[in-house]
Ligand binder design. Structure first.
Ligand code: HEM
Length: 482
């Protein structure tokens, strides 16, 4: 697992944090080195996957480099990743990316730390219980069907844009129920788009500098935040003043219901005021749609490139859901989902090759031992799903789309963190059951009705921003199946 440091690894013995240990005692793992402090950072910004992939190939399971004065460690072994995310999770906090997200979502589940995070997680967990999620199946399915009805036979469009719209509609309707009127739904979609672009901009080296300038784009961000805030606060106050809200099934009502019950029972001192409920709602709103849109986009792209797999998928859909040629309105229901096993493997395999969250970062709170090295306090640790999921030690034909691999016996013997699209440990994705349900349903509804093919000549490229997006979208032609 561990590769000994090479003589040429000239970035050894530079002390990152003089308070943690003496300069001479710190032995760094091997890694790329640049005389210019910002060179590696620019390489990372331009093509992070290639930079990290080179590191793994040249230096093995642990690798070290610096962005300016910041020490970075890349861990690329399931055991090392498990140690960080699960076993020693308390020795880490989330890294800079999360601080950026905080500017919009505040102190929600995605960004809070320590005791506050544990209390929030415990309070919110019931919202994502499988039984609760079943209540959303019909809402999700009907929105999928509406999208399908909108498409014209033979039309060309960017499927990423379509999936962003669809997943946003799903999260809006499940989160806020029927309260978002048509015209407001458009405003919400625009506002969320502006905020997602803002996250991506802030991640650039000059992002935080640009943020302070009176640019039109910054004013748009403030306006978008306000649009969402106004809508969310109005709904919170309506719900607070509404008796009998327990009967409602949307996430916002459940959030409010849960908080009120918890504080009244005296089980916890943690009580959410309107701003905290707003932060949670905004968190779920943003965390719940872009990752989903990417996952579905990459799935339809993969199906367009693999007609034999698509045929097998269709056989399953015909057998389980029924014949849509005979009845266009047939939809998968709750009872169909566990039977759509091949559909599930298609989704699983798509997230192996194109994990929507392509890398996770953590900051060490104290000196930390990994693979025989001491990682000093204040260092950043990166673990990449994209690299791990394509590692030949765990996957044959790692770059090919083979859903069947998930049905083989050997798959159960793979280490847990050789596949982790939803992270792991106490900070794993709380929306995972929601995401599986939504993913399987949307694949089943859309692939059953539409043959989606890439428009010839369209360049599909990766944009590893906060999530793994298609850089130029994915331009497709949709043909009605019957
Ligand atoms: C395919 C879809 C999705 C993927 C790949 C995904 C991936 C992830 C990952 C990797 C994390 C952990 C981040 C870390 O450890 O730093 C995470 C956290 C989170 N996700 Fe998802 N997610 C998806 C869908 C959703 C949905 C649908 C929701 C909500 C409706 C959601 C809400 C959240 C929240 C609130 C957290 C923070 C959890 C915590 O820190 O306790 N996600 N997600």
């Amino acid at each position: 697992m561990e590769r000994p440091p090479a003589d040429s690894d000239i970035n050894q013995n530079q002390n990152p944090n003089p308070n943690s240990r003496p300069r001479s005692a710190t032995k760094y793992p091997p890694g790329p080195y640049s005389m210019l402090p910002t060179t590696l950072l620019f390489k990372f910004i331009n093509d992070p996957i290639n930079l990290l992939s080179d590191c793994v190939q040249k230096y093995g399971d642990i690798c070290h480099f610096k962005f300016g004065r910041q020490h970075i460690y890349l861990l690329n072994h399931p055991d090392l990743i498990k140690d960080v995310l699960v076993t020693n999770n308390h020795k880490f906090v989330k890294s800079r990316g999360t601080q950026i997200i905080k500017k919009v979502v505040g102190e929600g589940l995605l960004t809070s730390e320590g005791k506050i995070h544990s209390m929030q997680r415990k309070a919110i967990q019931p919202v994502f219980n499988p039984d609760r999620i079943k209540a959303y199946v019909d809402i999700m399915a009907n929105l999928g069907l509406q999208t399908s009805y909108r498409w014209k036979d033979g039309s060309e469009f960017d499927i990423h844009r379509e999936m962003m719209q669809l997943t946003l509609a799903i999260v809006s309707k499940t989160l806020f129920g029927s309260d978002i009127e048509e015209q407001k739904a458009g405003q919400v979609a625009d506002a969320v788009r502006v905020l997602v672009e803002y996250f991506n901009r802030l991640r650039s080296p000059f992002g935080e500098l640009f943020e302070k300038l009176p640019l039109p784009s910054n004013r748009r961000v403030q306006r978008s935040k306000k649009v969402l805030d106004d809508i969310i606060y109005k709904m919170i106050s309506q719900r607070r003043n509404e008796p009998g809200m327990d009967g409602r099934v949307d996430l916002l009502s459940m959030l409010l219901g849960i908080m009120q019950r918890q504080s009244a029972s005296g089980e916890t001192e943690y009580e959410m005021d309107d701003q905290q409920v707003r932060d949670q709602a905004m968190t779920l709103f943003l965390a719940g749609h872009e990752t989903m849109a990417n996952a579905l986009t990459w799935t339809f792209y993969m199906l367009s490139q693999n007609p034999a797999i698509e045929r097998k998928l269709l056989q399953e859909l015909e057998a389980v859901v029924g014949n849509v040629a005979a009845d266009e309105s047939i939809l998968p229901s709750v009872s169909h989902i566990p039977k759509l096993t091949y559909t599930e493997t298609v989704f699983r395999e798509s997230m192996r090759l194109y994990p929507p969250a392509w890398a996770l970062g953590r900051k060490t709170l104290q000196d930390y031992e990994a693979a025989g090295y001491t990682i000093p306090a204040g260092s950043v640790v990166i673990m990449s799903q994209y690299l791990m999921h394509r590692d030949r030690r765990y996957y044959d034909q790692p770059d090919s789309f083979v859903p069947e691999r998930w049905l083989s016996e050997g798959i159960a013997r793979l280490p847990r963190f050789s596949y982790f699209p939803f992270g792991g440990g106490p900070r794993s994705c709380i929306g995972e059951p929601f995401a599986w349900t939504e993913g399987i349903l949307m694949i089943a509804i859309i692939a059953h009705r539409w043959k989606i093919r890439l428009v010839p000549g369209h360049n599909v490229a990766l944009l590893p921003a906060v999530t793994l997006r298609p850089k130029y979208g994915v331009l497709v032609k949709a043909e009605r199946r019957n």
